[in-house]
Design a protein. Structure first.
Ligand SMILES: *Cc1c(COP(=O)(O)O)cnc(C)c1O
Length: 400
């Protein structure tokens, strides 16, 4: 259809509230981390139920701070999943530790059994990733962490609005167990956005304080106090920190995005229902698994192709969608396939055949609040048409 507009893989939902708050911030004379960032932290802390929330300029920064503040470093091993963004693994390398990959479950999340197989005397931490917004099996992961005395740092880049047994990532669980820290992303494509930004939460006051110091150059007091009426010119650097604070301009966006998070979630969940209903009739594809033990954040709708029923592969399927004006993505190119990680990721102890198999059949479809029913219908009709055109013909062998 030539007159149909391209359906992008993602469109952020920014309203007049965000725009007005940014304009007010620019006019206020205070641009860096100040009152709006403090408010965003308080409201995020209240939303998740975590005891401490620290606004940072990315999820990557949050992961790095959590690893640095728990003193993970050279000689230590950190277990994570191959189906993640490179940032998860890069931050492990930035603190000088060695990433170890565990294989995934059929749902795409890290497999607790595979984690346990990879534990060595050098293992210090586990970084589970809630892929696409589906919460990981945290009870099993916390069990392993307790048995082997490991830290747990959650990469909740996709999962701000997920719930695990009723609790948001970062909140103390009913069983009283929690992860040491949880990092969230407000990158442009995530469930809520500040353009670039993130948050790291913890329930440990000492860890919260250490991350706050490391977040701003290792300065023992923050600059906001320094320049406020009550503040003083004096400060002390107590360790070599980073420059990871979130500005008030970005927090201005975040405050209003957070107010809308449940509405955004409800819309995406409704669209998932429509996708599931329409796509479950097509034998050449499989709909993504839901969540029986919590709430799926539905950051991604990861369709799976039944490759044995198709005469084309995933890449060709994506090309076909693109030629019809539909933007898609793949989450993720497994870590061992990137040239930089290849050297160690191909070691036998990092083998992840299930992640590789899943990768070859997954396509992330458009899923965001401003999608229309007409667009969703066009996407599902197109998938149906491509599947029908390229279905592997059943070979009926004569005389057998
Ligand atoms: C987006 C993403 C990150 C990085 O988030 P930033 O805020 O861009 O640093 C980390 N992990 C996963 C799984 C992601 O999808």
């Amino acid at each position: 259809m030539a007159d149909r507009k391209f359906i992008p893989f993602h469109v952020p939902s920014i309203g007049e509230e965000e725009i007005a708050e940014v304009a007010a911030t620019l006019r206020s004379g205070w641009l860096t981390s100040g009152e709006r960032t403090a408010r965003f932290e308080r409201e995020f802390q209240a939303y998740t139920g975590a005891r401490h929330a620290l606004a940072v300029n990315s999820c990557t920064a949050g992961l790095h701070l959590a690893l640095a503040a728990t003193d993970i470093g050279p000689g230590d091993e950190v277990i994570t999943t191959p189906l993640t963004f490179c940032a998860t693994v890069n931050t492990i390398l930035h603190v000088g530790a060695t990433p170890v990959l565990a294989d995934v479950l059929p749902d795409g999340n890290i497999d607790p059994e595979s984690i346990e197989e990879r534990v060595t005397p050098r293992t210090r931490a586990i970084i589970p990733v809630h892929l696409g917004g589906l919460p990981c099996r945290m009870d099993a992961i916390w069990d392993i962490a307790r048995r082997y005395n490991l830290r747990v740092i959650e990469d909740a880049a996709h999962a701000t609005d997920a719930r695990y047994r009723g609790m948001a990532p970062g909140a103390p669980s009913h069983s009283g167990r929690t992860s040491d820290a949880v990092a969230f992303s407000f990158y442009a494509t995530k469930n809520i956005t500040t353009g670039e930004g993130g948050m790291v939460t913890t329930n440990d006051p000492k860890l919260a304080e250490r991350m706050r110091v490391l977040c701003l150059h290792g300065i023992s007091k923050d600059a906001w106090n320094r320049y406020s009426e009550k503040g003083s010119w004096y400060y002390e650097v107590i360790e070599a920190g980073f420059k990871y604070n979130l500005s008030d301009v970005q927090s201005a966006i975040g405050i209003h995005q957070l107010e809308k998070i449940e509405r955004f979630h409800a819309l995406r969940t409704a669209y998932v229902g429509v996708y599931n209903r329409r796509l479950s009739e097509i034998e050449e594809v499989e709909t993504p698994p839901g969540c029986s033990y919590g709430r799926h954040a539905w950051h991604l709708y990861e369709l799976r192709l039944n490759l044995d029923r198709l005469a084309i592969d995933r890449d060709r399927f994506i090309d076909e969608l693109r030629s019809r004006g539909i933007g898609t993505s793949v989450h993720f190119i497994p870590i061992p396939l990137h040239p930089f990680f290849r050297k160690w990721a191909h070691l036998k102890q990092n083998a992840c055949p299930r992640a590789m198999a899943l990768y070859s059949r997954m396509i992330s479809l458009p899923l965001y609040p401003s999608l229309t029913m007409d667009q969703i219908q066009f996407v599902t009709d197109s998938i149906k048409e491509i599947a029908a055109q390229h279905a592997r013909r059943q070979i009926v062998a004569a005389g057998m």
